[in-house]
Design a protein around this ligand. Sequence first.
Ligand SMILES: Nc1nc2c(ncn2[C@@H]2O[C@H](COP(=O)(O)OP(=O)(O)OP(=O)(O)O)[C@@H](O)[C@H]2O)c(=O)[nH]1
Ligand SMILES: [Mg+2]
Length: 677
Amino acid sequence: MKGIPSAGVRNFALMGHTGSGKTSLLDVMLNILGTSDRVGSPDDKTSMADWTPEEQEHQISIFAKPFDGVYTAASGKQRRFVVTDTPGYADFIGQLTAAAEVADAALIVVDAISGIQVGTNRAWRVCEKRNLPRGIVITGLDKDDASFDKALAAIKAQWGDVRCVPVVLPTTDGKSEVDLLNTPADQIPADLADQIKAIRDHLIELAAETDDALMEKYFEGQELTADEFSDGLRKSVHDAHLIPVFAASAKTRVGVKETMDSISRLFPSPEDYPVKCADGHEVSTCENEPFAGLVWRSVNDPFVGQLSYVRVYRGTLKPNSEVMNVTKGEKERIGNLLFVNGKKQADCQEAKAGDIVAIPKLKNTYLNDTLCAIGEDISFKAIEFPSPVAAYAVAPKTKGDEDKIGVALQRAAAEDPSIRIERNKETHETILWGMGDMHLDVTLEHIKNRSKVDILHHTPKVAYKETITAIGEGHHKHKKQSGGRGQYGECYVRIFPSTEEEWFANKLVGGAIPGNFVPACQKGFVDGMQKGPLVGAEVVNVKVELYDGSYHDVDSSEVAFKIAGSRALHEAIEKAKPVLLEPIMTVKVMVPDEQMGDITGVLNTKRGRILGMGPEDGLQVITADVPQIEMMKFCSELRSITSGRGSFEMEFARYDPVPGNIAQKVIADAQKEKEDL
Ligand SMILES: Nc1nc2c(ncn2[C@@H]2O[C@H](COP(=O)(O)OP(=O)(O)OP(=O)(O)O)[C@@H](O)[C@H]2O)c(=O)[nH]1
Ligand SMILES: [Mg+2]
């Protein structure tokens, strides 16, 4: 690692549909890099990447994980590979988002038999969003009936005939592969010679297009030098005018080296382009300038404790140093630095621009914090994660484990930006939010494996509220005379609908209730509003007037007025035509064109009100207001209707009255639940 300058680093993320072969390909690469002394595989649980119990249980990748190693290319040049494996499963989009943010390029994996799938398109969109240079590798070419040409044709049809150019080609006997950028002309198989010449001519044109002087040279019929050709191609890849397509098989390992050679030549180095800060201005990415990096992953390692993964964007980070956490405005002391490769951890003496390094035990540094050399003031933009859309209400299996699960859930949320924990004060439930049922299940498994605590889950309750639709009056006299000191307090209240912030008005005249007891009455009203008459939910959007009452010189007390206030208010609410309110969510659903009709139909059956429709990023976007209770299972419904191609976001909009017939059922159910208790 030492000695390879940042210009020799190739930092990229593997992306693609679940099962397309990303991790298998990575395992072969890690063996070639010497990071692993054997070729592991997710199939027999020997993969260097898929090592966590949850990944082995489900046989998919779940977490984005960085790996590194040195590659000696066919040209003899040494390159440092920094490769992040990402999960293809839709629920783990948060991991893909973070990895894409800190990579300089993407290698999109397409299985030759399955072709372009939902997860491939998702990866593509992630790349498009942040202008990430990319290449595509067609894998599984050892499989029966696999055809490179067929897969390539589909890729060209989808993403452009001109820019998707094969640079690693399978030989016609399928036993080896030709890296057409690195293979000398005399070693090119005769039957591929014409095809390769045509591709080379096309690549020369693409390289020339990146620079006016080169274009002139090209038109004058002069040859580009080797460096001009290479630099031009790298620029073309950077601008996504060239999307190189490679061929490989993780099973037979054919083509993997050729693909790595091409990546070495074509993918950008971290020093090639400046990086953008949060305020939009650009900073250079030179390894000789002061250090700057972003924490993109923060995990609790069972052996080393808290580990902050940092992408170094500029300069060099060394162990036993001090840095500034610009986000927090605090200095952090750095002890050792680690290069983490799966379960393997090695001390790092310096991490340069382009590297991903883990810092153990930082005191107050978390995901999305920028770290800089002391005296520098750079802030990188925080990675934006999609908001969670699926929820479980969770509780400990064993009574008494509440504190334990509280800590475990908070830890899970701190590690995974797509997990959110919420305590719903209306329903008294703890809600675990995530990106889908699989994500929630895996999170609970992870907690169980790590914290040894069992958590039960069920569909969350909806936090209904109640309000009134008319003016109502109520009265209560609280009077007790049972030996000793009695209790006395009497309140008359009026209640009416209001959205004003000031909810209480004192309309007492002539000292009917002494001023010092009014706060007690108010406390009673607040209590009375906590449990409405319909389902015991909070009563909102009301104004309460205290307009009359009486007191007793000896027996009146704060407690007596609190009770009188609460009961008088309850009577007033019951007379003011109370109604049930339910939370309404604004939902944004992204689906392919042909599923628009199906989805608007489903939203209509969910009492949804369509607010708008229109194209966005190659998909149709439907915006609608839908009652929250109808959205509880939408995540899995949408997946099944669209075969995984649809996704959605939602946020709380407001509370609306529940339609009469549905409200009646909710009220009857709540009554029954109360009686059953
Ligand atoms: N025959 C053949 N099988 C392959 C190849 N690459 C991967 N596979 C198999 O495909 C399956 C899925 O491979 P993975 O590498 O786990 O796929 P992945 O893209 O990492 O999937 P996720 O982690 O879920 O996103 C495994 O059973 C692999 O053995 C290949 O080149 N040839
Ligand atoms: Mg994987």
